[in-house]
Design a protein around this ligand. Sequence first.
Ligand code: FES
Length: 102
Amino acid sequence: MAAFVKVAETGEVAPGQAKCVEAGGRTIALFNVEGFFYAIDNTCTHRGGPLCEGELIGDEVTCPWHGAIFDVKTGNVLGPPAPHGVARHAVRVQGSEVEIEV
Ligand code: FES
């Protein structure tokens, strides 16, 4: 059964920033897009680049290794060379805590 786990404090990830977090045994990229938090699997589907280290512009992150673009709200791939998207995870904010569903 799915459960929410705390992965960060809201103040740790400023708007336009990302953070690598661990939840449910996987590495997840947490993003703050204009005050709203989104989470997708961290591992790029091309060669495994760390999406939490990519550049975030609006709601799109660019993989730091070869430039694939992902929608951080859905996990969908928007630009090559990644062959397909990554899993997205539900996020909720409880007070000052950011929680991800795993
Ligand atoms: S590993 Fe992400 S684009 Fe190549």
